[in-house]
Design a protein around this ligand. Structure first.
Ligand code: ZN
Length: 493
């Protein structure tokens, strides 16, 4: 048996444990009675320890060295590279740091749930200080291994190969045109009448409607399902993808588009190459590329005029409301493209969303690089919020820097993925238009040509290439914010 084959078997074994872990996690969020929580947490923690042990076994270092001397195909070399990346990631941090982070993160996140409601920045800061300090320690260890700045080393966990120099270029450009575009869109929409949903919309009916929309999007129900959870997500494994949503019986708008979004994540997973199943090279390329799929489904397909026609027809049927003007095509389109300045990222529309992300990116970059102190964050948040959206968060911590869960347990470097995904999606659209009549495919109800393009260029490529290579092979160039601008101007002006 070659060393490459030994490594392959080893990583497939790790994958089986991760499979079990994913299903336990989905069950905990979607099905489990409250009384099961403690035992489940213990079972999942035990599995994590086991996976960590498998991922850091001492003989792996020798296997990697020997495998590098073997004759490998291009795909096998890529596979070896990705296994090694996961191995380096698993072995990089000392165990006591990982444990301290896990403890400080859980404590901070748990207390944050009530501190946020109470607008208690001082209380939060006491716990968060520790989380930030440990994250900076992690960043400095990663940075010396990768030869990057501390923040870039954290970014690498979610966006391998992407640097803050690249992000600065992209985001600074967006900042030059976004504020004006938001103002123009708001002025245009101010005079347009819109009918807001008036419940009630029973959850069962919303689910039935969601399943119809998933069929239109060719979700593979033999390899996945739809359930409910408090925080919507896409989990499971490629052969059995679990997506969830949450229903508001007063308003169907968000849940319905949430299902479109999660279906995009799910189809990427379902479309990953079977030949590399269970191997790191067969996994999604990055968080940003994952989000590029969910946002292609949501923003490029889901909120298009052509797709809204389907949503209008299907929702009228589902709610038996053929005469209800709320479901009329032009009203639904307005509901799904309405721009509003607000404090909260997760409630933000497509156009103001990047402003929320860029603000977070700039703060976390400077925080992890040691340019600013954790106590500077509320003031900086307020200043940046005023500059980008004209809103002040002075003394309003709960709608400011305390609103997201990400930083409470040290997930620094994650936020850029959202806007990178939106930018990639716009760029795919530009390229896809050259060979696919996207609107015609959507209107016909057979969206196969769109999915075939995504499958050929993104899903089937998994992690065979770096992100830049993947995107260049798909679109002819690396990420370029001009496509995003063109898309937003086309939709909102
Ligand atoms: Zn997503």
């Amino acid at each position: 048996m070659s060393h490459y084959d030994k490594l392959m078997a080893h990583y497939q074994s790790i994958h089986h444990f991760n499979h079990a872990q994913a299903m336990l996690g989905w069950d905990a969020a979607a099905n489990m009675p409250v009384g099961g929580n403690d035992a489940r947490s213990n079972a999942m923690a035990e599995l994590s320890v086991h996976v960590h042990r498998l991922s850091t076994q001492p003989q792996l270092a020798d296997w990697f060295e020997s495998a590098q001397q073997e004759t490998l195909t291009d795909a096998q070399s890529a596979s070896l590279r990705e296994m090694k990346r996961q191995w380096q990631d698993a072995t990089l941090l000392p165990e006591d740091l990982v444990q301290a982070q896990s403890k400080a993160g859980s404590k901070c996140e748990h207390a944050w749930r009530t501190q946020r409601q109470e607008n208690d920045w001082q209380g939060f800061a006491k716990n968060w200080q520790e989380v930030v300090a440990l994250s900076k320690e992690e960043a400095s260890i990663r940075a010396s291994a990768l030869g990057t700045t501390p923040y870039d080393a954290m970014l690498d966990k979610f966006e391998p190969g992407t640097s803050s120099a690249q992000l600065d270029g992209l985001f600074d450009e967006v900042k030059t045109w976004l504020p004006e575009l938001i103002e123009k869109a708001l002025a245009k929409q101010a005079s347009e009448p819109i009918l807001l949903p008036q419940g009630s919309y029973p959850a069962d009916t919303q689910k039935a409607l969601g399943l119809e929309v998933m069929k239109l999007l060719q979700f593979d129900f033999d390899h996945g399902r739809l359930d409910q959870s408090v925080h919507p997500f896409c989990g499971g494994v490629p052969s059995d993808v679990r997506i969830t949503t949450r229903y508001d019986e007063q308003d169907f708008v968000q849940a319905l588009m949430g299902i479109v979004h999660e279906t995009g994540h799910a189809r990427y997973e379902q479309g990953l190459p079977k030949a590399f199943a269970g191997l790191p090279v067969g996994e999604a390329r990055s968080m940003g590329i994952h989000e590029s799929q969910s946002l292609f489904f949501e923003m490029q397909v889901g909120r298009s005029q052509a797709f809204i026609e389907h949503l209008s027809r299907l929702s009228q049927q589902a709610f038996q409301a053929q005469q209800d003007p709320v479901f009329a095509e032009d009203n639904l389109y307005k509901l799904y493209t309405r721009v509003q300045k607000g404090f909260i990222r997760v409630d933000a529309d497509e156009l103001t969303y990047p402003a929320h992300v860029i603000l977070r990116y700039e703060i976390e970059r400077d925080l992890i690089n040691g340019v600013i102190h954790y106590q500077d964050v509320p003031e900086l948040w307020d200043a940046k919020m005023q500059a980008s959206l004209g809103l002040t968060t002075k003394d309003n911590f709960k709608d400011g820097c305390m609103q997201d869960i990400h930083w409470t347990d040290g997930a620094f470097g994650y936020f850029p993925s959202y806007t990178l995904g939106a930018m990639y999606a716009a760029q795919y659209k530009t390229k896809m238009t050259q060979t696919v009549d996207i609107d015609a495919a959507i209107r016909s109800g057979d969206l196969s040509p769109i999915f075939q393009w995504l499958s050929d260029h993104i899903w089937s490529q998994a992690s065979l290439y770096s992100t830049d290579e993947l995107v260049t092979r798909a679109t002819g160039e690396v990420l370029n914010a001009a496509h995003f601008r063109k898309h937003l101007e086309g939709r909102y002006l």
